[in-house]
Design a protein around this ligand. Structure first.
Ligand code: GLU
Ligand code: ZN
Length: 468
């Protein structure tokens, strides 16, 4: 049997970090089993679905490299087809028209709540003897849910789930505006697309028995279901926009690598012993639904940053540079204006948790330093540094072979010669050539900046001192 999974977002917003995790699990499960992963947009809620959301979700999946084998399919393009099926269900009697007004339904609801009962449709129209459309009156179509018995399914994550049919409503499958509902379209598509494993958020667990009943009524095969737990905030509440970034593409803009996001969301709910780091290849080999946890997982930005730092430092430098290019452009840094990124990025990446950190720490390689009149600048670029800066300049001008080792020896020699600490030589120099007191090691920085640039910047720094 070929494994077929799907990711079925409703395009009503961006790609949520929790949905991305569901998509990842679905994708991995298909990949692990040489199966097919399908992308399907559940866009029959016309008021909330938008084109830009479709684009956003596709961008998000592309950025994470969660590629689909089939689709994207759009439910909105199949309305006629769904409605035909509903009509055939009406004629076979497994669905019926309900003419109840909103007012009546509310009354029923209110009464049931007063009686301490779980509110549900009372089935008034279920038994209308002649269930033929009465002219001009508005109606919905409901599924005739079995009244007796139970729905039993083996959730692949949560184990056996049993629901009494008496607790289930006669679900609306066609709205009064003629649009089929989510629960109906899902069922038809899962059936038609031969989905073998429905992997989705726990928020759909109550829909599952209803969907199984519809599938049964249609004589369709029942897929296996796996409901993935929610991701929660540190305060135990549903992950909210207020305290967290939940739009996957925002993480892209903030300088996270897709590898870090994938590894983080993989571990947020799935485990393989104590292992934390998983390459994409390993994830595909090792993923199983058995090891997905039942309890909700708490979102932890520090851990995500830890993964990001790890991947910035362990993925091939060429790849990191490729990822960085748009960030330099965004920051209006012209990387042709300075040393090759191959030389620069390795100097700073161990200090970086995001790609934006890399940009911040390497800007000075490509731009003249602006000596902002702050405490650090005042402390190191003043009259007392003139002498040492001039000495360094002389040394750099005459250094015969441009090598890191020679640069380092030169700094040590100056400190020995004038009987001052290395810091007293290096700090004014560092500030002069980088404009900050946080930079990679001074000898490497000088080496990579190059003789011409270093001399020019020392001159600029001297100029600055004379003018202030
Ligand atoms: N369209 C549903 C949602 O975005 C998912 C439905 C499903 O996976 O069955 O929540
Ligand atoms: Zn009714």
């Amino acid at each position: 049997m070929q494994i077929r999974t799907r990711f079925a977002p409703s395009p009503t917003g961006y790609l949520h970090i929790g949905s991305a995790r569901t998509a990842l699990y679905s994708w991995l499960f298909a990949k692990k089993n040489n199966g097919i992963f399908i992308l399907r947009f559940e866009d029959t809620d016309f008021e909330r679905s938008t084109e830009s959301s479709v684009k956003g979700i596709i961008n998000g999946l592309n950025w994470l490299k969660l590629s689909w084998d089939e689709g994207p399919y759009f439910q909105s393009k199949k309305l006629k087809y769904y409605i035909e099926i509903i009509h055939s269900m009406l004629s076979t009697g497994c669905a019926y028209r309900c003419y109840c007004s909103e007012v009546r339904l509310q009354k029923v609801r209110k009464y049931q709540i007063e009686q301490g009962k779980k509110p549900k449709y009372d089935g008034k129209c279920r038994t209308l003897s002649n269930n033929i459309h009465v002219n001009n009156s508005s109606y919905v179509v409901r599924f005739k849910n079995p009244e007796k018995g139970q729905v039993i399914f083996q959730d692949q994550i949560r184990g056996k789930i049993v629901v009494n049919n008496s607790e289930l409503d006669d679900l609306i499958i066609l709205r009064s505006n003629g649009i089929p509902t989510y629960n109906f379209c899902v069922v038809i598509d899962d059936r038609d697309m031969d989905i073998t494993h429905v992997i989705r958020g726990e928020d759909h667990i109550n829909n599952t028995p209803r969907q199984i009943n519809i599938l049964k009524a249609l004589g369709a095969k029942i897929p296996l279901y796996a409901h993935v737990s929610m991701i929660i905030d540190i305060d135990g509440k549903k992950l909210s926009k207020r305290n967290n970034v939940i739009d996957v593409m925002k993480y892209c803009k903030l300088g996270y690598l897709p590898e870090a996001i994938l590894n983080y969301i993989l571990r947020l709910g799935w485990s393989h012993g104590d292992q934390e780091i998983f390459s994409i290849k390993e994830m595909k080999e090792l993923f199983t639904l058995d090891n997905v946890g039942k309890s909700s997982s708490c979102f932890n930005i520090k851990k995500l940053l830890w993964f990001n730092h790890y991947y910035i430092n362990s993925l091939p430098i060429d790849y990191i540079i490729q990822c960085l290019k748009s960030f330099y452009t965004e920051a209006r840094i012209n990387i042709n204006n300075g040393p090759n990124l191959n030389m620069v990025v390795p100097l700073v990446r161990n200090k970086c948790k995001t790609l934006n950190d890399v940009i911040k720490l390497t800007r000075f390689f490509y731009e003249e330093c602006s000596y902002l009149n702050n405490k650090i600048i005042q402390k190191y670029l003043n009259n007392s540094s003139i002498f040492m800066l001039k000495e360094i300049k002389k040394q750099i001008e005459t250094l015969s072979i441009w090598q890191v080792k020679n640069i380092s020896l030169m700094i040590h020699a100056l400190s020995d010669h004038y009987k001052v600490s290395i810091k007293e030589v290096a700090m004014p120099l560092r500030i002069a050539i980088t404009g900050t007191n946080v930079s990679p090691s001074i000898d490497m920085t000088i080496y990579v900046l190059g003789r011409y640039c270093v001399l020019k910047r020392i001159n600029n720094a001297l100029e600055y001192i004379y003018n202030n």
